[in-house]
Write a protein that binds this ligand. Structure first.
Ligand SMILES: Cc1cc2nc3c(=O)[nH]c(=O)nc-3n(C[C@H](O)[C@H](O)[C@H](O)COP(=O)(O)O)c2cc1C
Length: 272
């Protein structure tokens, strides 16, 4: 039986429309600042830019490496309201999210003068071959460091656009969609580790990698794609508060959407 598309909160449509308008003016507006906290470092906030890779299962075509369904029988897109980012499962941010999933992101859509701030929880979807974070060391209270394995909690059902959604297909689809240069970056040594400690030279590493193992030329490249795919992870963001400031209107406006029960969203206008 074909699943039925979930109804999406109004902020999702708003964000998708604004994104289309902004991208027409400036493709760089696809990035936002994502803040995490490092539980192993006295709740220190950490922030960095990441690229919005759409909502879960937001796709334009079949034959993109995913067997997941695109639309329901009524022609509605089978997407969820969860935002997707791609990253390296060995990175510090992946460790921070394994320790503490609470995040906030801030997104300035300069072409239309809108700010989105989204609060929620973010979960890492790693490869099956990479069930724990083993990249960075954790500081201990005695001032030394230790290697601590952390598993990645991932509430599959809660994040899925429909029952039976195949998450590995979604991960592979996103890998295939990346530029050849970005795919190659997942074959590098652990992000954030010292170059001096590495026994490989960055210039000796492949600068591009093909979409998948089937497209690889030769055994060596096949192994490189396998390794890159192993390190490649999704970050899936489950929002519970969305704050939209519109500085493009006169007077400026501010709308806040909140979801306290994991299901129903409430919309309110507030003073900017
Ligand atoms: C515009 C821009 C977009 C970026 N997009 C991503 C991204 O989508 N995923 C990612 O892991 N890092 C991305 N980066 C790099 C991160 O900002 C960061 O430097 C790196 O991931 C290490 O972060 P961490 O130490 O917090 O793990 C981007 C950087 C810039 C400047």
């Amino acid at each position: 039986m074909t699943p039925t598309a979930k109804s999406l909160p109004a902020w999702v449509d708003r964000l998708r429309d604004l994104l289309t308008a902004n991208m027409k003016e400036n493709k760089d507006l696809i990035s936002y600042a994502l803040a995490t906290t490092s539980a192993s470092d006295a709740q220190q906030p950490r922030v960095r830019y990441v690229v919005h890779r759409g909502f879960v299962n937001e796709r334009r075509k079949d034959g993109d490496g995913s067997h997941n369904l695109i639309q329901d029988e009524s022609g509605n897109d089978l997407i969820s309201d969860k935002l997707v980012v791609t990253t390296d499962a060995r990175s510090p941010k992946a460790r921070q999210l394994a320790e503490q999933p609470k995040v906030e992101l801030a997104w300035w859509l300069a072409a239309t003068q809108h700010q989105f701030r989204i609060v929620g929880r973010a979960y890492i979807l790693p490869s099956a071959a990479f069930p724990t974070h083993e990249g960075t060391e954790k500081a201990t209270s005695s001032g030394t460091t230790e290697q601590q394995q952390l598993s990645f909690p991932f509430p599959r059902k809660q994040l899925s656009p429909y029952d039976g959604f195949n998450w590995e297909d979604e991960r592979v689809r996103q890998f295939r969609k990346m530029s050849p240069e970005l795919r190659a970056s997942f074959y590098r040594p652990v992000p954030g580790t010292k170059l001096a400690d590495s026994d490989v030279k960055m210039e000796d590493l492949p600068q591009t990698l093909p979409e998948g193992i089937e497209e690889a030329e030769g055994e060596e490249q096949k192994k490189q794609v396998e390794q890159a795919l192993k390190n490649f992870a999704l970050i899936v963001i489950d929002a519970n508060e969305v704050d939209l400031v519109d500085l493009g209107s006169t007077p400026d406006t501010r709308t806040v959407w909140t979801c306290r029960d994991g299901e129903n969203w409430k919309e309110e206008g507030v003073v900017p």
